[in-house]
Design a protein around this ligand. Structure first.
Ligand SMILES: [Fe+2]
Length: 273
């Protein structure tokens, strides 16, 4: 029986649903996304996976409270979840994989207070015979990341067991063809790609760039999902102040078929006037 889940990333919400972040109503945008999911009966999904940057930035940990309120999060599971999304009449499990806006101890304390202290959110769990891996490079307060040995070795060990697997991570494990983003990837990115290419990974999902992408590592599809919040303009040269763009917030509806096939169409949410 196929398994469906929803991929959301990079919401960057403020301390309340109404808080403006760089003059953008990020909380309202996430509310619109959740209403869109509810209007579509949850797309038949079993859970939501949120790959990082829930809160506006690592300097405003109270923004996790805004995220919790908007999602209507309930439950007391340890990281990475599941907590339960109850907003907009939904009743969906919710897993969290941190990004570079996530101060890990604040994230744990505010979302998963019963969790033992950890430095990295590297976790494995299973839903209906599919293994999900939360892969955390630990990078925060910077855009770049490195293949830190703790996470690389953990992933290599996990992938020694060949079972159908989906990797959820914040940073792109590929070049996307835009220098601004490709410069953020590790110089030895090929080591990660070699590991994934020769494994039972069915697909990788990431955020970070705020734009949607579809790439491959060998036969493995790699899906980047666009942000719920605003994006940086792709066409600016370095050095100047960031130009920010508003796009419809989006999410992906991911379906893993019985044969391991993966479909992951993007849903764009119209912004109400
Ligand atoms: Fe982000």
């Amino acid at each position: 029986m196929p398994l469906t889940f929803i991929h959301i990333t990079d919401t960057h919400v403020g301390e309340t649903p109404e808080t403006l972040v760089n003059n953008y109503g990020a909380g309202r945008a996430l509310q619109a996304v959740l209403h869109h999911i509810a209007q579509n009966d949850g797309h038949g999904a079993s859970f939501i996976a949120h790959t990082g940057d829930l809160a506006r930035d690592s300097y405003h940990p109270a923004a996790y409270e805004g995220g919790k309120r908007i999602y209507g999060l309930k439950g007391d599971a340890c990281a990475p979840g599941p907590l339960q999304v109850t907003a907009a009449g939904l009743n969906l499990d919710w897993y969290y994989i941190p990004g570079n806006s996530d101060h890990r101890p604040e994230c744990l304390a505010r979302l998963f207070p019963r969790s033992p202290a950890v430095r990295l959110f590297n976790y494995a769990w299973e839903v209906r015979s599919i293994r999900f891996l939360s892969l955390d490079w630990g990078a925060w307060r910077m855009d770049n990341y490195l293949l830190v040995p703790d996470s690389f070795d953990w992933l290599r060990e996990q992938l020694q067991t060949r079972t159908p697997t989906v990797v959820l991570t914040h940073h792109p494990p590929v070049h996307v063809g835009v220098e601004m983003f490709d410069a953020m990837t590790p110089p030895d990115l090929h080591r990660l790609q070699d590991l994934i290419a020769d494994s039972s990974v069915l697909a990788v999902f990431h955020g970070h760039t705020h734009y949607p992408w579809e790439n491959r590592i060998g036969r493995v599809p790699v899906f980047g999902t666009g942000s719920v919040t605003y994006r940086r303009c792709l066409h600016q040269s370095g050095g100047e102040e960031s130009i920010l763009e508003i796009h419809p917030p989006q999410y992906r509806v991911v379906t893993i078929g019985d044969e391991g096939t993966v479909s992951a169409p993007v849903c764009e949410v119209p912004l109400a006037a």
